[in-house]
Design a protein around this ligand. Structure first.
Ligand code: ASP
Length: 307
């Protein structure tokens, strides 16, 4: 069997929001491990990278510890608006959704946009109507509400009563989840899902659902999923930039991801990180923030789980 590899992230940031005790840290590590295994099991059995990244991201979306699906951050008006995207590297097919309310697993809806519609990107009411037609259950806002996120939102509002004041890096509380994988057929896939940034204006869309910015996959180069200050990752076209450095400059996966995260995105003052994999099973997980929740495993590499 050829090499397979998978990496996941649970967001990058200046501080680790919910980690207040060693027990809490263990909870995060266990959740990352469980999500990684839900994807790697698929690859081990010869399944596709697309199924593996969707499955791993679903596990993270369902876990209230991370800023995606259940546990998403609050918008400025106290709602949750979720964004996600998915891409497969052999066909360059992609699907994306933004400004979702009530959808438990946004990344699965993004996959349905890719596979069951003639479009790539559906947002807001149109995306929700599409989900309804496919028989998705629409959940009440309470499902997404997690007390720790609510506290975070109250604190952010108290610290920043002027809605128009830009947030400092410390206040931003980055999050997001993602997965990238290479299956034993050499096919790559990437998936990313997020609640966005804390206290964002409703209607704001970050990099996560934007193909080429927060998420990208191409068998010729790599699969990438980003996390960080979305506005900068959009402007840096980060995920595609990594692929371009590999394709046009001949850089290795590690060199290309380091160049983008430790140089190019810093030059425009972006903070965050990414996970990436190439078609030979190499994995890179650079970040320029204090921490990034991340984990990886490959057929030729033992499991690693880090915060
Ligand atoms: N990139 C995400 C966004 O801007 C947030 C994050 O990764 O923390 O929506």
């Amino acid at each position: 069997m050829n090499t397979y590899a998978i990496a996941i992230h649970g967001g990058a940031g200046p501080k680790v929001g919910g980690i207040t005790t060693p027990e809490k840290e263990q909870e995060y590590l266990a959740a990352l491990k469980q999500a990684l295994e839900s994807g790697s099991r698929i690859l081990e059995r010869g399944g596709s990278s697309l199924d593996a990244v969707e499955q791993a991201v679903n596990a993270l979306e369902d876990c209230p510890l991370f800023n995606s699906g259940k546990g998403s951050v609050y918008t400025i008006d106290g709602t949750h608006e979720l964004d996600a995207s998915i891409m497969e590297g052999n066909t360059l097919n992609a699907g994306a959704v933004a400004q979702l309310r009530g959808i438990k697993n946004p990344v699965t809806l993004a996959r349905d946009v890719m596979e069951k519609s003639e479009h790539v990107f559906l947002a807001a009411e149109g995306a929700i109507q599409f989900a309804r037609k496919l028989g998705y259950e629409l959940l009440e806002p309470e499902y997404f509400a997690v007390p720790a996120r609510y506290e975070q939102w109250l604190a952010a509002r108290a610290a920043n009563p002027d809605e128009l004041a830009p947030q400092t890096v410390e206040e931003k509380s980055l999050g997001t989840v993602g997965a990238v994988a290479c299956d034993s057929a050499g096919n790559l896939a990437a998936a990313t899902s997020t609640g966005g940034i804390l206290n964002k204006r409703f209607g704001r869309v970050g990099d996560s659902p934007i193909i080429g910015s927060g998420n990208y996959a191409n068998n010729k180069t790599c699969a990438v999923s980003c996390t960080g200050s979305g506005e900068f990752f959009i402007r840096g076209v980060v995920a595609y930039d990594v692929a371009c450095l590999i394709e046009h400059k001949g850089l290795s996966l590690q060199a290309a991801t380091d160049e983008v995260i430790h140089k190019r995105i810093l030059e425009i003052k972006g903070d965050g990180g990414l996970i990436a994999v190439d078609a030979t099973g190499n994995i890179a997980m650079p970040f320029n923030t204090r921490r990034m929740f991340r984990a990886c495993v490959a057929s030729n590499r033992p499991m690693e789980v880090h915060i």
